[in-house]
Write a protein that binds this ligand. Structure first.
Ligand code: HEM
Length: 486
């Protein structure tokens, strides 16, 4: 061989072919391995892609359409559907019992490890989860949460005043509902509000970091190798974006330190952070180490903000769409005398129409969907399932039928899961949303800003439900707010 004419390296086309061959080979190998090692019998129906790769459902996740896609697959294929070579989805009442019922042994998906740091929310091992609950469940009891009412009332009052200041003009109700949920979480869980209503009305910087953290966590799930690589690129804006995952915890750490500096460890303040720091004197459960307290207050804060904020906004949106129910709710609130009692939660908690409006909104827009629409829009359980009809939760004489209906069990899922993994913040969220609704509906006629609001409120889901336009254009009017039926 003549060393002058021989090519010492692979030519560019040769290199490209080699890379293509390796990529194709790896892809084919993964597909064959997925098919051969799938523990799911080939007779289980589902889309073709679900047989060969788990990446397609992750892409559906990223597009925000998982809940709708899974619901459509069940409508087409029945109660058991393949979503990936190693993932199934179940629908129907029997599945609810088996997965969430008493004695069920199904554990949370490893996907929960993607969301931030390991606290009660992420723990999969039932023993570890039980132990964590033993240490902190007391702070989420109804009695403990009732004590936070003055803090919640203060923030709700600020939200109502802010919306009242824009009376007659279009306002982004989603923004203000999120700000309400943020400040309530700050006051109750971190010992200090975020100041969401101070200044020019822009969201505190925490919110931008939280939004980025969700995207970065999701990206980590889809392509961990890519995130590893991105973390090593010297691009400041990229590193700031990725650092959002840490920011939500450094915020929590700062809040806990500040709290301890101001209040010490044995404060009688009626906040959840005080109780977490003090432990449970009744059972003798010792407090968690400070590092775990930071994780729990941080996790619960981000679990509280979008869930409660979106639910409040969707409820107002639905009431704006259906004035008859708005009127009926107004009549109930006025007849209850709640206003004369300063809208204390006790006077609102059990109002049947208020409850029905909230539950029906959650049925259509479950704030943490996790695929729930496959149950909540099941026509065999809820006739005419896409219709907003709070009447399904009321008997003919207007009393609540929630507790006794056959669908009640499914509905507890919508509200916040069931069994040992049920939502710890249900009471807090219900208090917040009901206080807000009662005061707004009593005082204002809630209307749509225009047809565009429907597009804004189309649902996408990235773990949390997120309105597509990230905005909810409404108008609050205070003229002729009568409770007469038109
Ligand atoms: C309307 C508001 C809310 C809705 C619809 C909601 C819904 C849910 C749902 C469906 C789950 C179960 C998720 C699953 O099975 O993976 C859940 C879990 C959880 N929620 Fe909520 N949530 C709301 C508000 C809150 C608030 C205000 C907090 C905190 C104060 C909170 C804290 C949590 C926590 C810590 C868990 C995990 C519980 C565990 O695994 O032990 N949520 N929530």
């Amino acid at each position: 061989m003549n060393p002058r004419t021989a090519e010492p390296y692979l030519s560019a086309p040769g290199l490209a072919s080699a890379v293509a061959a390796v990529v194709l080979g790896t892809l084919l190998w993964n597909i064959v391995r997925n098919i051969l090692t799938s523990p799911i019998p080939s007779s289980v129906p589902g889309p073709f892609l679900a047989r060969i790769t788990s990446k397609w459902i992750l892409l559906v996740d990223l597009s925000g359409q998982r809940a709708q896609v899974v619901d459509a697959l069940h409508k087409k294929h029945g109660p058991v559907v393949r979503l990936a070579p190693d993932e199934l989805s179940f629908a129907g009442r029997d599945a609810v019992k088996a997965i969430y019922g008493a004695g069920a042994t199904v554990v949370k998906s490893p996907a929960y490890n993607l969301f931030g740091k390991r606290g009660m929310f992420q723990m999969q091992d039932p023993r570890e989860h039980r132990e964590r609950q033993r240490r902190i469940a007391h702070i989420f009891s109804a009695a403990s949460l009732q004590q936070t009412e003055p803090l919640v009332q203060a923030v709700v009052g600020r939200t109502v005043a802010t919306l009242a200041a824009s009376v007659g003009a279009p306002v982004d109700a989603l923004h203000w509902c999120r700000m309400m949920a943020l400040d309530v979480a700050g006051a109750v869980l971190m010992g200090k509000e975020f100041g969401a209503f101070d200044g020019d009305g822009a969201a505190p910087v925490y919110v931008r970091h939280l939004d980025n953290a969700y995207i970065a966590w999701a990206l980590n799930g889809l392509a961990p190798a890519l995130v590893w690589l991105l973390e090593r690129l010297p691009i400041q804006s990229l590193q700031r974006f990725l650092a959002a995952r840490e920011y939500v915890y450094s915020y929590g750490e700062h809040a806990v330190q500040q709290y301890l500096k101001t209040n010490g460890r044995a404060s009688s303040r009626r906040t959840l952070i005080s109780k977490m720091i003090a432990g449970n004197p009744e059972t003798g459960a010792e407090p968690l180490p400070d590092a775990d307290i930071v994780i729990e207050v941080s996790n619960n804060t981000f679990a509280a903000v979008d869930s409660t904020g979106n639910t409040a906004a969707y409820t107002l949106y639905r009431l704006a769409c259906v004035p008859e129910w708005q009127q009926r709710l107004r009549r109930e609130i006025r007849a209850s005398g709640a206003k004369e009692k300063g809208f204390q939660y006790q006077s609102l908690q059990a109002l049947p129409v208020l409850n029905a409006v909230l539950v029906e909104t959650l049925r259509l827009h479950p704030a943490v969907p996790t695929g729930l629409p496959r149950l909540t829009r099941d026509a065999t359980i809820f006739p005419d399932p896409d219709k907003f009809d709070p009447g399904r939760w009321l008997s003919g004489d207007g009393a609540a039928v929630f507790a006794g209906t056959p669908v009640a069990q499914e509905m507890t899922l919508v509200w916040g899961g069931r069994g040992p993994r049920a939502c710890s913040g249900q009471y807090m969220a219900a208090m917040e949303v009901k206080l807000l609704l009662a005061q707004l509906v009593d005082r204002f006629q809630v209307g749509l800003q225009g047809e565009a609001t429907h597009g804004e409120m189309e649902m996408t889901a990235h773990f949390h439900l997120i309105p597509k336009g990230r905005r909810c254009g409404l108008v609050f009017d205070d003229e002729e707010v009568s409770d007469e039926t038109t």
